[in-house]
Design a protein around this ligand. Sequence first.
Ligand code: ZN
Ligand code: FE
Length: 239
Amino acid sequence: MKIEIIKCLQDNFTYLIIDKKTQIACVVDPSEAAPIIKFLQNKKINLKYILNTHHHHDHVGGNIELKKKYDCSVIGFKGDKDRIPEIDILLEDNQIWKKDNFEAKIYHIPGHTTGHIAFHFFKEKKIFTGDTLFSLGCGRLFEGTYEQMFNSLKKIKQLPKDTEIYCGHEYTLQNSNFCQANDPENLKLKEKIVRIKDHLKKNLPTIPTILEDELECNIFLKAKDLKTFSKLRDLKDNF
Ligand code: ZN
Ligand code: FE
């Protein structure tokens, strides 16, 4: 399984998951169709599945055009069936989605939106977290409660430490400033920031991040209780 990172819009990440044996691919959160079409041009890749973590336009904007062009299936959360464009396959919490050589466990992780999900390719130890968990940050609460987001992050925290995290946006540097302001003595964080800046200088994405790094450096994952988490979430909104 190979992951290709395609930058879309301002700071969105769209991912192509390619099965090397069959050349069949999934696209995760296509913000727009054009960069994906461009990437696939002159390649023998068969785009069969569109996986959506949530209904926001910068995650589903390419659904209609890509489905039309490649005849792929759109896969998303059952509860969002009326707001994910062209949805075909409805998923539930804790379900295993299995097609061709792809196998992912679905987690319902509300908070950013009420219908947000993550796709966990558990054999490959890769998780697509959309706008719930970012590197060194977490999503804004647009529809959910502090408690929902806190519990959603808790689910992700329990995965194996070497899990690779693929999130929806390149927000890592801005997020790192907030982490540093609230956790100034954290040496691991300082080291991670050096690596982040190095990547960005070379125009490379800071993604994937590893869960172990996030557990040590992401102030939202370090929050030990709901009250601490909620306070941090409020502070971040005004940072
Ligand atoms: Zn969003
Ligand atoms: Fe987004």
